[in-house]
Design a protein. Structure first.
Length: 74
């Protein structure tokens, strides 16, 4: 449900889901909406490009888009 909601919200071409538990004890998941033509396509996103910071306000914008989706799943 979360993955499909993210695809609907962001209009991606594919969705990568990763569960990495070797660094933290809590459940730790990544849902990454992917687009054909992104710099790492079709490979994994990690280690291909240097990290890019969010633009000012970008993290808040992302949170505001995702908040209703996550609330609808509760």
């Amino acid at each position: 449900a979360l993955g499909q909601g993210m695809m609907d919200l962001f209009g991606g071409d594919k969705l990568n889901v990763a569960a990495l538990g070797n660094m933290v004890p809590q459940l730790h998941l990544h849902h990454i909406v992917r687009y054909e033509g992104d710099p790492a396509w079709p490979g994994p996103v990690w280690g291909k490009q240097p990290p890019v910071s969010y633009l000012p306000g970008g993290l808040n914008d992302m949170r505001d888009k995702l908040k209703p989706l996550i609330a609808s799943l509760a």
